[in-house]
Ligand binder design. Sequence first.
Ligand code: FE2
Length: 179
Amino acid sequence: MFDADRHGRWADLMDDITALILDDHAAFRRGFARLDDADDPRGQAAVWEPLARHLEIHAEAEEAILYPHLIRRGGPDADDETEDALRDHNKIRDAIAESRRHDTGSDAWWRAVWVARRENSEHLAEEEDEALPDFRGHASDELRAELAVQWLAFYAEHPGGRGLRVTDKDPEKFVEDNS
Ligand SMILES: [Fe+2]
């Protein structure tokens, strides 16, 4: 477990988890924008496949590292914010899975990618305007730094999503299990 005294200097220097999450969100926006300029299946796959993997890893990382702490420490809306996030993550995961059932660049593929894009855009705004401010308002700097380390470790343990189980989750049960 992270020891804030032993790693005090690191904790001071470290990004906090909410900054790392915002970095991912910026990468998602750039990824979807890049897709606008990808005009053949090879280019579309080159943009979409890593973007889809990144979206999946990010959602699992948030569910493993951020939301359990938000539920326990956040304000009175933390449970609702978490359930909203989980519902959004499920929709994004389902759209990604649907995209994989179709040839890259086909109409059905684009439809699934657009569902993922739309759901993701809505989700980022909600998370940035509700869940993250709530977490910043209630978590200590030490916890934010500790979770940043856990976040980086999660990504290091699942390079390109390797070994990661991507699963939809029941939002209410998730809140119950983590309360
Ligand atoms: Fe997020």
